[in-house]
Design a protein around this ligand. Structure first.
Ligand code: DC
Length: 224
């Protein structure tokens, strides 16, 4: 891979580790572009569902999907998730549901899906810089990035954060089932054959369980 001309900071880690908030804060502070690769996978899952495209017919319809798959991100405002713009429409609320997370986790394990998404992700490398949030940003997609962060936190803490996020949206969810679903997704993401969720060897690992987002950003800035 060529040496990167656009600086990239990769932020990987499991759901609820704080990647989204931290990526948003850094993108706003540095005025850099943001890639929420999880949302990219979610958007593809959403598109496939809307257009009733099965995994079996994905390859034969890949050109048609590519022509209609125009995704961009807006870091949005603090306290709210990064906005997902698909074909000029804000689809943030439609893709950030537990149902879409579950469907996406299954699709994201498929090589045909990962191969399709890979070049779309590199297209986000636009000056002055990119904050890339995901699971395999530092290990696979931007393995040539200079700055690599891996955020982690206990499953209980991550489930608690997700519960408060859903509460703010007016949704009550059972903590036990939330924790179970999160652990199941962790298992799928870390045990899959293609691009499993692991810290890059040259990444800085930060446990965010006892840190607020400002504390995490401070640690990252010290590293940078
Ligand atoms: O971060 P998230 O919850 O929005 O991610 C949704 C799903 O996409 C999650 O199950 C893992 C998968 N994903 C992935 O496989 N690789 C990435 N780089 C980002 C997300």
């Amino acid at each position: 891979m060529n040496e990167l001309t656009v600086p990239v900071i990769t932020i990987d880690g499991p759901s609820g580790a704080g990647k989204g908030t931290v990526a948003q804060m850094l993108a706003r502070e540095l005025s850099w572009n943001i890639l929420d690769s999880g949302a990219l996978y979610r958007t593809l899952a959403y598109f496939m569902k809307e257009h009733q495209i099965s995994l079996a017919e994905f390859e034969v319809r890949a050109d048609e999907i590519k022509d209609n798959f125009k995704v961009s991100f807006d870091p949005g405002i603090p306290g709210e998730p990064v906005k997902v713009i698909f074909n000029d429409e804000d689809i943030t609320a439609s893709v950030r549901t537990e149902e879409m997370a579950k469907l996406t986790s299954t699709l994201a394990a498929e090589p045909v899906i990962r191969d399709f998404i890979k070049p779309c992700q590199r297209d986000f490398m636009i000056p002055p810089g990119l904050i890339a949030d995901g699971r395999d940003m530092g290990t696979v997609i931007f393995s040539d990035a200079k700055y690599k962060i891996f955020l982690t936190a206990s499953a209980e803490e991550r489930a608690k954060r997700r519960q408060s996020q859903l509460k703010r949206q007016g949704l009550e969810v059972n903590m036990r089932s939330l924790l179970q679903e999160l652990e199941e997704r962790d298992r799928k993401d870390t045990e899959r054959e293609h691009s499993p969720l692991v810290p890059a060897e040259d990444s800085v690992v930060i446990d965010t369980s006892n840190l607020n987002p400002e504390g995490v950003v401070k640690k990252i800035k010290t590293y940078l």
